[in-house]
Design a protein around this ligand. Structure first.
Ligand code: NAP
Ligand code: SF4
Length: 681
């Protein structure tokens, strides 16, 4: 073939095969282990088969299951998967087959939770409890350590019996093996602790024992902590020494974890810039001869390609990006990367659901984790002409889903661009990823031929006159205007005007309302000029991370923030600001606001607004907060106006998202409701 006619291979490094241990992987994308809690359902096996097979079909080269305990003490929580006898292995067989039938090898992750175990039998190197788990820790005796090594080996042998292509040994994130390796949690002075070499002994012994039972025709991956991000964690020298020892003990590849679960540095949230941890993986890749797998905040094929092309890792592990889009690899390989539903690192549907004992799903892909129950998108026999009014998340999800099934959809939007609340959200520090969801929906609108009418209000009469077969109202909720005297004072503005840049706030700002929007607005207004969320170096400086990892755990004194404004957030209730925000990210936002000097006033009663500022009563004392700008972030109210007008005009309309119910509306619910309606129309 003429050179000029040769198709250009997109992402040549990412999509090239690689020999790892006994396996030849078809590309460099590994689906990393994640807890899904799907096993807690009665039909958990069927759900896991569907969940994993869909990701295998999407083209990943290797898949790793969620963690499985090698013994009862190592379980993360009661009811978590355990593998100590053949019958438990047999239960995995359908999952293994479902994945392998799609041409993808599958590893079982062996995870011993150690002192993170949420049950009374938690064990560890020493009797040092974790700050995120109040349970006391039984320090393992020498005999118990030997038994634990044997349990890892038995678990690996049972995994092989069940058909797995190998195992991943979990040695990062602060779980048992990581706890033995770090001085922070290991104050023993025996064969298993005392100096770095003896602290390494358990991870090495486990690797050797597992290698011995796997033989050479099964894959052994060890997941190592590339940087601990806790005081008393390993420094670079110890981490490299451990990596070399694990390689020498027989691991075929090193996967990498970043930060312990108790670390006070964010590692995977959206406020962490993409690729922020490449440096830590690259250090290990330089130190060992076996392939190293990069992870954390790698969510696009471009970034994954560059990590591999620059030799910082041989493979890339993605977990949440494949929850968001199971066909990530297939789309990247077929020139449809613009249609990848990118993980926006919000954690709202995955980690926050897991932490509240629900099974994982995804904010941008509500089908995730519900593959067996989610309605199959049926192509429509008789396409209808459908108007969707409002191009926020609910409207976009509805319009694209309905159009994909064959309906002729017209999307109306009063603003000049699609996005609704997402357009505002993406302006908040650390939320730039929201733009990816709009890029994705934009690509789908084009692919499915949705007609877009932007920049004009859709009036009921005009909609009625066009004679649509169905009208969907997705106009969102309206910002609440609280009944505070003086609300028309020139210092008062709404959050939309602030986030859109229509209004520039003064130096002293009062934010009324401490929900998700109030805190995002406070961060937007106080954030430094050089937003640390946008650049890995500034992010590391702001959160106190030593890029060289010369210190234990890789921690350094954080840079002192230089806030742009004095911001005070007020609320009437006594609860914590942002109390309804997800546990996995609320602490990050609160910590950042604290370092930016944002103040909070709770339990106040608003009295009025005038030239002196915001008057309020706190503990029966009248007070005044001098403010140049007062921003209303007092929640939302439903907007039924269009539905009522359409009904009056004799047009049956269905409302979705905030237009239906504003209470506790968030993007997750909006996209799910929009998608479900799009499947039903
Ligand atoms: P919200 O979470 O309901 O918070 C509204 C705030 O306004 C509360 O702090 C409330 O506090 C105050 N408020 C309510 N009625 C008021 C009144 N009549 N007068 C004065 N203050 C009043 O709503 P939101 O902040 O608008 O957020 C909307 C939705 O988006 C929520 O579901 C939120 O979780 C979600 N969201 C999530 C994120 C995220 O990062 N995950 C970010 C932004 C938004 P008091 O009643 O105590 O005064
Ligand atoms: Fe990513 Fe958010 Fe989906 Fe989790 S819920 S997979 S973080 S987009």
């Amino acid at each position: 073939m003429d050179q000029a006619m040769m198709p250009i291979q997109p992402y040549p490094h990412l999509l090239s095969p690689l020999r790892v241990g006994p396996l030849t992987l078809r590309n460099r994308v590994v689906m990393g282990s994640m807890h899904t809690r799907l096993e807690h359902f009665e039909d958990g096996v069927a759900r896991q088969c569907a969940f994993y097979a869909e990701r295998a079909r999407g083209g990943v080269a290797l898949l790793v299951t969620g963690g499985v305990g090698p013994n009862a003490a190592g379980l993360l929580e009661p009811g978590a998967p355990l593998l100590t006898e053949p019958a438990q292995g047999e239960a995995w067989r359908p999952v293994v087959r479902a994945v392998q039938d799609e041409g993808t090898p599958i590893l079982m992750q062996i995870l011993h939770a150690g002192r993170y175990a949420k049950h009374a039998e938690a064990v560890g190197a020493s009797a040092i409890a974790s700050p995120i788990n109040p349970r006391s820790v039984h320090p393992l005796t020498h005999a118990e350590i030997l038994a634990t090594i044997a349990d890892f080996a038995r678990c690996a042998a049972l995994a092989v019996e069940a058909g797995f292509d190998g195992v991943e040994v979990m040695g990062s994130e602060g779980y048992l093996l990581n706890q033995f390796a770090a001085a922070r949690t290991n104050d023993r002075d025996d064969d298993w602790g005392g100096d770095a070499a003896r602290r390494r002994r358990l991870p090495v012994a486990v690797t050797e024992a597992v290698r011995a039972v796997l033989g050479r025709d099964r894959l052994l991956v060890y997941r190592i902590s590339a940087i601990d991000l806790v005081e008393g964690g390993a420094d670079a020298e110890e981490t490299v020494a451990l990596a070399r020892a694990i390689a020498a003990a027989g691991a075929d590849a090193l996967n990498t974890g970043i930060g312990w679960h108790e670390a006070r540095v964010p590692t995977i949230a959206a406020s962490v810039p993409r690729g922020a941890w490449r440096f830590a993986t690259a250090r290990l890749a330089r130190a060992v001869a076996i392939p190293v797998i990069a992870s954390n905040r790698i969510n696009t094929p471009e970034l994954a390609e560059s990590v591999i092309a620059e030799g910082e890792a041989a493979l890339v592990s993605m977990a949440r990006p494949l929850l968001a889009d199971p066909a990530f690899v297939r789309k990247a390989a077929s020139g449809r990367a613009a249609e990848i539903n990118t993980c926006i690192a919000c954690n709202q549907g995955c980690l926050d659901y897991i932490f509240t004992n629900r099974s994982a799903t995804c904010l941008v892909n509500p089908r995730a984790g519900r593959e067996t129950e989610w309605p199959t998108p049926e192509p429509v026999a008789r396409p209808r002409r459908i108007a969707v009014v409002g191009a926020g998340p609910a409207g976009l999800a509805c319009a694209t889903t309905a159009a994909a099934r064959g309906h002729r959809v017209v999307l109306f939007e009063a603003g000049p661009a699609i996005g609704g609340q997402f357009l505002l959200a993406q302006a908040a520090p650390g939320k730039a990823e929201f733009a990816e969801t709009l890029r994705y929906f934009g690509a789908l609108l084009a692919r499915h031929g949705v007609e877009q009418r932007l920049g004009r209000h859709a009036e009921a009469d005009a909609l009625a006159a066009e004679g649509f077969d169905a009208v969907v109202v997705a106009t969102g909720a309206l910002p609440r205007r609280p009944a505070i005297p003086g609300l028309d004072h020139p210092s008062v503005t709404g959050y939309a005007d602030i986030l859109s840049g229509a209004v520039v706030a003064g130096r002293r700002v009062a934010v009324i309302g401490a929900g998700g929007i109030g805190l995002d607005v406070a961060a937007f207004l106080a954030e430094e000029e050089d937003e640390p969320e946008t650049h890995p170096d500034r992010f590391r400086a702001a959160w106190g991370v030593d890029g060289e990892t010369r210190t234990a755990g890789g921690l350094a004194p954080p840079a002192v923030a230089r806030p742009r404004r004095e911001v005070t957030v007020l609320r009437r209730g006594l609860g914590r600001p942002g109390e309804r925000l997800g546990v996995s990210t609320a602490w990050i936002l609160r910590a950042r606001l604290k370092s930016l000097g944002v103040s909070f006033i709770t339990g106040c009663e608003y009295v009025g607004i005038d030239d002196a500022g915001l008057h309020y009563v706190l503990q029966r004392e009248p007070r005044t907060l001098a403010a140049d700008t007062i921003v209303l972030c007092a929640g939302q109210e439903p907007d039924h106006a269009l539905v009522e007008a359409l009904t009056a005009a004799g047009v049956a309309a269905e409302a979705v998202g905030g237009a239906a119910e504003a209470l506790e509306l968030d993007a997750l619910r909006a996209i799910e409701e929009g998608s479900r309606l799009g499947l039903r129309l």
